[in-house]
Design a protein around this ligand. Sequence first.
Ligand code: ATP
Ligand code: LTN
Length: 333
Amino acid sequence: MENEKKREVVFSAIQPSGTITLGNYLGAVRNWVAMQEEYDCIYALADLHTITVKQEPAQMRKNIIDAYASIMACGVDVEKSLFFIQSHVHTHAELAWLLSCYTQFGELSRMTQFKDKSAKHADNINAGLFTYPVLMAADILLYQADKVPVGADQKQHIELTRDIAERFNGRYGNVFKVPEGFIPKNGARVMSLQDPSKKMSKSDENVNGCVHLLDTPETIMRKFKRAITDSEACVRYAEGKDGINNLMSIYSAVTGLTFEQIEHDFDGKGYGDFKVAVGEAVVEHLRPIQERYNQLVKDKAYLEECYRKADEIATKISRRTVSKAMKKIGFVL
Ligand code: ATP
Ligand code: LTN
């Protein structure tokens, strides 16, 4: 028999902190789907991460199930990949504690997401918000992941994960695989439609800035028609044209057209026509995802069957890494 090459492991996660956005989809989830063919993929709903900001219990329960169904609707296939719920797999919290003792206060203080989120939630700068990247490092290192598909905003957290892994390995020998981030060329940083200097975010206070995967076609069209642009009225990609650059990136990501082709197709046309075209392309791209979502979310028993199965397998795989790390540290197992 031919010696089959072992496939590389991919790990990523998303917080079920609200409905999934076009930014989450183009920056991360779309790549999760594409990578399933070539890699052994492991994906999680990072529900433990969400409580670093205030959550309302009933809404949180709904968000978790909705996010699970949404990600499946995007094309994460539970027959090909593991897709589990972080809090059900207890090794995540365990390894996070261990790794927190190998992470420096100074390193965590430099994380820009912590600085941004503590400015935004000044009344609740809890220890979890600060140690958030350690839990994320644990998520990744538990599965000995080679590649981590994320949007550009997570680059700093991936570098920290590598530093923690290298530090631990330096002291105890080869315990963790040192992972690499996988950031897409197009779509890595989808910006707010209302303030193109800020990333599109689930928690944007201006609802028109953010397109959600499950927005109705009318809502999507309205948000794109109102998108902030500039006064040049010429569809071309250039420095200082953040609004148009963002719309061109979105259009390119959903149609596969290059920037040159887009500039050519819209030569002589105004921003009004372009915004309608981008809106329509996004509506069409999301239509099959929304249809699948509407079917999946009706069958709660099936969703539960899927995550319970994955939770169990993830527990088994990740337990091996925790045991190895604990043994090396000096715990009596
Ligand atoms: P929150 O607004 O609650 O902080 P978030 O929308 O920033 O959440 P996460 O759930 O933490 O996102 O991120 C899931 C994935 O989506 C990550 O890989 C992240 O890099 C990616 N992502 C988030 N926002 C964008 C964006 N605007 N453009 C591209 N990728 C994004
Ligand atoms: N922090 C991530 C979500 C996340 C994640 C992970 C991403 C939690 N654990 C592990 C990749 C790998 C975010 O996108 N804000």
